[in-house]
Ligand binder design. Structure first.
Ligand SMILES: [Zn+2]
Length: 62
């Protein structure tokens, strides 16, 4: 699990799908809904600035 301080400065994160455990990289400030590429479950929804991420952030990419 990534540290909160890392997440605060992140641009891209690896998120684990809560439904199927698929991991995928997404843009933190996604302006559109992000769906799991494996099962189609919603991983994040846009919320103005940073997206509201539903899954677990496993890693900060950069
Ligand atoms: Zn999934």
């Amino acid at each position: 699990m990534a540290k909160t301080t890392e997440i605060a400065n992140a641009k891209f994160v690896e998120v684990k799908c809560p439904d199927c455990s698929n991991k995928q990289i997404m843009f933190v400030k996604a302006a559109t809904r992000v769906s799991c590429q494996a099962c189609g479950s919603t991983l994040a929804t846009p919320s103005g600035g940073k997206a509201a991420i539903k899954g677990e952030i496993v890693e900060v990419v950069e």
